[in-house]
Design a protein around this ligand. Structure first.
Ligand code: NAD
Length: 498
């Protein structure tokens, strides 16, 4: 259906719209818009019966660091309302501040996080911060427009408001910096409940971002952080009505806890990425790539190669190539000692102990009772497909390698080892049929062919960067659109120029 509007009616509409555009290009909100309300006033209709607006007490300048989760949310809500008035230009300024500050401090912050968490590799801690420029910004929010006989329609990507974000110890500042870019690009404010073992690093980065944002844009507390995060502060965030959505980056425990909160959750959950190597590839190249990926940051990346299934036709050559490229093989008693040090048997299941997570190969070698040559990148062992190092997400530089009779058996092993997390999988093959079958069977969020795992994050492969890969809930490698609502705006009438 189409309506014919008179020229005068169209002029009237355009005059109305123009009168609401301010000198800086932002739009004057309507009289009842929540962003015009005084700090402690209720919006008309509210955000639900229990919604409240921030108290003035929460707005004191503390560079975003709070001990109380509800106060942090109130402050972030106030920041969100101010941030909303700055338009895309304001978001771009914030993104620039986060990226510039992170890159300028990459060495210092990488070292700080390394010393606080005592896991991973210093060079990779620094690199993960240096590459933050690869996280996309507001350019991802191009609206969709339709124009036709019935008028015009615009679908835009609008912010949620305040996001509650949970971050892992494996990449504390990288995840926070990446979340800040994507979430602020989408127009949101954020309250972080970081992992307690990486909380000092979180405070360091978030307070630096806030100080620079306040100086440049006059907004306080756009990114808030709980100084001493606990399960209680997590629960308070999850139940605060002003937290519009939760973004979880972590293991199975926190994903399950968040999903019970009743809020919309974007969950970047656990993985256990399997690798298949078949007889079509150069075993030397495959071993080099696998070692580079699996040893990266001592195997802390959630996309890292965690277990390898190799077809019988190339198996012996692949093992030799692992030895020739920085892998150190353990077996027998040393493997048993390392397994006991890394896992505990509880109720018939092996559980990962944290003591060796992210530690250097030399520390693992000591636990295994072997000495390794200088330059060893990781330990590896030939195991069966049910070994705890295959089944569990070990997050340490010790790679189990399993011989498969053929590709079909390798694929069955890989599917079982991934546990249906739909996180990541890798293949080294020149056989397109094998690649396609593995992609379909694994159905993972990230599938990497013929390269190390970092290629899946844009480091050495095509594509953009994110440290929150929404595997459990299916949004994929997160980006600004992940943190938006989609809103349709329709104007009816014969307005099209077609
Ligand atoms: P973790 O699950 O121990 O902790 C992650 C976060 O959740 C921390 O902030 C922690 O304090 C919190 N937490 C843990 N259990 C909780 C509970 N029951 N209730 C509330 N909060 C809880 O994980 P980690 O060791 O910090 O990180 C490694 C895990 O995270 C691995 O499983 C890895 O695969 C996953 N991860 C996934 C991605 C991704 O993008 N998909 C990225 C990084 C890490």
């Amino acid at each position: 259906m189409s309506f014919n509007l008179s020229e005068e009616s169209v002029r009237e509409i355009v005059r109305g719209v123009l009168s609401q555009i301010r000198a800086d290009g932002s739009v004057e909100p309507p009289a009842d818009c929540p962003c015009r309300l005084k700090n402690n006033a209720q919006p008309k209709g509210g955000f639900g019966a229990t919604a409240v607006y921030p108290s003035n007490s929460a707005s004191a300048s503390n560079a975003g660091i709070f001990s109380d989760a509800d106060e942090a949310v109130a402050a972030a809500r106030e920041a969100f309302l101010k941030f909303s008035t700055l338009g895309l230009k304001g978001r771009d300024e914030v993104i620039k501040i986060v990226k510039d500050t992170t890159i300028a401090n990459a060495e210092a912050w990488g070292r700080f996080e390394y010393e606080e968490t005592k896991i991973g590799r210093l060079d990779h801690k620094v690199e993960k911060l240096q590459i933050i420029a690869g996280v996309p910004g507001t350019e991802w929010l191009k609206p969709d427009a339709y124009s036709g006989d019935d008028g015009i329609m615009l679908e835009e990507f609008t912010p949620y408001g305040v996001i509650g974000a949970i971050t892992p110890v494996t990449h504390s500042i990288p995840t926070i910096a990446g979340n800040c870019v994507s979430m602020a690009a989408a127009g949101n404010a954020v309250v972080f409940n970081p992992h307690p073992n990486g909380a000092k690093s979180a405070v360091l980065a978030i307070s630096a971002f806030n100080k620079a944002i306040e100086k440049k844009l006059g907004i306080k507390n756009l990114f808030c952080c709980i100084e001493k995060p606990t399960l209680d502060t997590f629960a308070a965030l999850a139940k605060n009505p002003l937290v519009a959505i939760m973004c979880i980056t972590g293991g199975p425990g926190v994903v399950a806890a968040a999903m019970k909160s009743g809020k919309k959750c974007i969950c970047a959950g656990p993985g256990n990425p399997p690798v298949i190597v078949d007889g079509t590839v150069d075993p030397n190249k495959a071993a080099k790539d696998i070692i580079a990926g699996s040893a990266y940051d001592n195997n802390l990346l959630c996309v890292s190669e965690k277990e390898v299934f190799v077809t019988a036709d190339i198996y012996d050559r692949f093992i030799a190539a692992m030895k020739a490229n920085g892998g150190f093989e353990i077996s027998g008693e040393p493997l048993r000692r390392l397994t006991d040090a890394a896992f505990e048997l509880k109720d018939g299941h092996y559980r990962l102990k944290r003591a060796l997570v992210g530690k250097d190969p030399s520390v693992l070698a000591e636990a295994a009772g072997v000495s390794i040559p200088q330059g060893t990148q990781l330990l590896f062992a030939q195991t069966d497909a049910n070994h705890p190092f295959v089944v569990e997400e070990q997050m340490m530089p010790m790679l189990p390698i399993v011989k498969a009779a053929d590709f079909d058996e390798a694929l069955a092993f890989a599917q079982k080892a991934e546990h249906g997390y739909r996180h990541s999988a890798l293949i080294h093959s020149l056989n397109v049929d094998h690649m396609t079958r593995m992609a379909r069977v694994m159905d993972t969020t990230v599938f990497i062919k013929n390269g190390p795992c970092m290629c899946g994050l844009g480091l050495g492969g095509e594509g953009y960067l994110s440290y929150s890969i929404a595997t459990t809930t299916g949004e994929g490698i997160s980006n600004p659109k992940t943190f938006t609502r989609r809103r349709r705006c329709v104007m009816v009438g014969n307005l099209s120029l077609l």
